[in-house]
Write a protein that binds this ligand. Structure first.
Ligand code: SI3
Length: 294
């Protein structure tokens, strides 16, 4: 799936104060990512979209809006994973019918599933959904670690075409790349984009690319051309930005910046139980916005 390579926005979703989707705001973010950030695709239904706080109908609504606003302009990957595998299958079929280019599924979490159970989960999804699948591995949030040999078993499943690797384990990343040259590897931590590109990932999916797209694209392109020194300079500024964002709160800061960038009057709320931004966070977000993005 050469066509899936590239830089993706882990799509941020703005909510209204009552927890419903702010559709106008979401459409504006999508336009911003496509037209101004000029990214290659959208990863819809991920952590950044607060997906794991949503009911099934709202997840479908977001898939609908993203497809409707995007058309065929960029690639679309639908994250459908959930410990409820029946829901994952239904969402995978739904996104596939809508025309999503691929699906992705987080490793099942909460219960301590054995690897045999994790593998069965991916087999159940790929057997039932007529689309290619990217494993979403994010041990920092799920607690699920997958080793080299286990990745090999998942990659043997029909239609498992790669992994979104959101981890800082560069030894495992290097081993994966060497052993599975035909599978897609997407980098998941934006602050580590450069070293993952040096390790020859095929693309990256991240939250900060929604706002810091141009620098991220430069890092990606320069590193691919072997211009590591130049890429590092941009990664350094990028990481000043990401450090400030993480210190102030990832969601409040990105929501504030995207509200400003899209010229939206309505505040971009978080979905409960995620806390709403405080005045102090909003003030700091404005400073970060002015210093790094505006
Ligand atoms: O599913 C998604 O929304 C993502 O792709 C998440 C993405 O990997 C982000 N990870 C987390 C834990 O939020 C990163 O983009 C992350 O926000 C960024 O690297 C800052 O740490």
């Amino acid at each position: 799936r050469e066509d899936l390579k590239g830089l993706y926005s882990a799509l941020l979703v703005p909510y209204n104060e009552d927890g419903s989707v702010n559709e106008e705001g979401l459409r504006k973010i999508i336009r911003h990512v496509i037209d101004k950030m000029e990214l290659d695709g959208l990863y819809v239904g991920g952590s950044t979209g607060e997906n794991f706080l949503l009911d099934k109908e709202t997840k479908k609504q977001i898939f609908d809006i993203a497809k409707d606003e995007t058309g065929d302009a960029v690639k679309l990957i639908a994250q459908v994973g959930s410990p409820n595998v029946y829901e994952a299958i239904e969402l995978g079929q739904y996104a596939t019918e809508l025309g999503y280019d691929a699906i992705s599924a987080v490793t099942p979490f909460y219960y301590k599933f054995s690897f045999k159970e994790v593998k069965q989960y991916y087999k159940d999804i790929t057997d039932a959904v007529d689309n290619d699948l990217i494993v979403y591995s994010i041990p920092v949030l799920t607690g699920v670690e997958i080793g080299l040999d286990d990745f090999g078993e998942l990659f043997e499943l029909d239609r498992v075409v790669g992994v979104k690797f959101t981890a800082a384990d560069f030894f495992l990343l290097e081993r994966l790349r060497k052993k599975f040259p035909e599978h897609l590897i997407f980098s998941g931590f934006d602050e580590m984009l450069l070293p993952t590109v040096v390790n020859k990932v095929d693309g990256a999916i991240g939250s900060t690319y929604n706002a810091n797209g141009p620098r991220s694209k430069q890092i990606f392109e320069l590193a691919k051309e072997g211009k590591v020194e130049e890429a590092l300079e941009i990664q350094n500024v990028t990481n000043d930005f990401i450090s400030a964002v993480l210190e102030n709160g990832l969601y409040p800061t990105l929501k504030y910046i995207l509200q400003q960038e899209t010229g939206s009057e309505e505040r971009f709320y978080a979905r409960k139980p995620m806390a709403q931004s405080t005045d102090a966070q909003l003030e700091r977000a404005q400073e970060i916005y002015e210093k790094y993005i505006k």
